[in-house]
Design a protein around this ligand. Structure first.
Ligand code: SAM
Length: 286
């Protein structure tokens, strides 16, 4: 069939199935072939790849993924989209649709069953209302991943990629940069979707790599990061004092000094290595 990236084909398909967009599922379908091609080429999809697509919608990007990848597994929550996907993806024999909630499905099991446990690439125009839990889930559950190339709200893309010390930098930036090297690729205007979202979007690619810093205890590292950003207007010592009530402020000031940090340092100025040193030093006191 003619591609759904042609807006007319998308409109006809939606009419034919009397499909009603569900706001609660963040349904904004792409209607721009140029944007889809740019996403697929940024993700560097080849026939060697198994791609997990989160939220295929009516299958617009899935059609392109099926042509570029070895196989595509697409997880879609909205059962009303299943008959549409049956038709729009009928000519591809390398696509599997799973009707489930991406936050509940066992992605590691999918990777094991579909790709023998070998690392996959995630490509998606994400439902924006669950961007953070989706990305955190992929990394925290240690899904074997080569990269995650996703359309997200522009502000979220900026937060993911922000360097230490910049306004957008926060616990989620550290989290993403611990697991991957994120790159902000390009903005996508609301006019590239039906219906148009109220926000500007951007595509970000997170290429996984081993953690770039010496972290002795991953759980303690993330606890330290969360405590450091929990009270943004306070100094780091005060944030840490709330997160680690078993340590006194004097002890925490000593910990900072041992890391070569001044007593009035703010958490948002620390990069991965700074947080690694800090959490390792806290670990020695607990
Ligand atoms: N990929 C399509 C496109 O680009 O045109 C649709 C993208 S739309 C922004 C997000 C898609 O994610 C919708 O199809 C929506 O139904 C689906 N979705 C929303 N929440 C989901 C969830 N928890 N699990 C799986 N899919 C979900």
């Amino acid at each position: 069939m003619e591609k759904l990236s042609n807006p007319q084909v998308t409109i006809e398909t939606i009419k034919k199935y009397e499909f009603a967009f569900q706001k609660k599922f963040g349904q904004n379908f792409l209607i721009d072939a140029h944007v889809i091609n740019k996403i697929i080429s940024a993700a560097d999809i080849t026939k060697d790849d198994c791609v997990l697509e989160i939220g295929p919608g009516i299958g617009t990007m899935t059609q392109y993924l099926a042509e570029s990848a070895g196989q595509v597994v697409a997880v879609e929550i909205d059962k009303n989209l299943l008959p549409i996907l049956d038709e729009t993806l009928a000519e591809y024999d390398n696509v599997t649709i799973i009707n489930d909630d991406i936050l509940k499905v066992d992605i590691n099991k999918i990777v094991e069953e579909r790709n023998g446990g070998r690392p996959i690439k995630v490509v998606a125009n994400l439902p924006y209302y669950i961007t953070t839990p989706i990305i955190m889930g992929l990394f925290e559950k240690h899904v074997p991943l080569l990269s995650v190339t996703v359309m997200v709200q522009k502000e979220v893309a900026q937060r993911i990629c922000s360097p230490a010390g910049k306004g957008d930098y926060g616990a989620f930036s550290v989290f993403c940069q611990y697991y991957a090297e994120p790159e902000l690729l390009f903005d996508v205007p609301a006019s590239c979707f039906i219906p148009q979202p109220k926000v500007t979007s951007a595509v970000v690619c997170l290429r996984t790599r081993p953690a770039p810093a010496d972290i002795r205890d991953e759980v303690l590292f993330f606890r330290t990061v969360r405590a450091s950003f929990a009270q943004r207007r306070k100094t780091l010592v005060n944030g840490l004092a709330s997160g680690f009530p078993q340590l006194t402020k004097a002890e925490l000031t000593d910990v900072l000094a041992a890391c070569g940090l001044p007593a009035n340092v703010r958490g948002e100025t620390l990069g991965l290595e700074g947080f690694a040193a800090l959490s390792n030093a806290i670990g020695e006191r607990l």
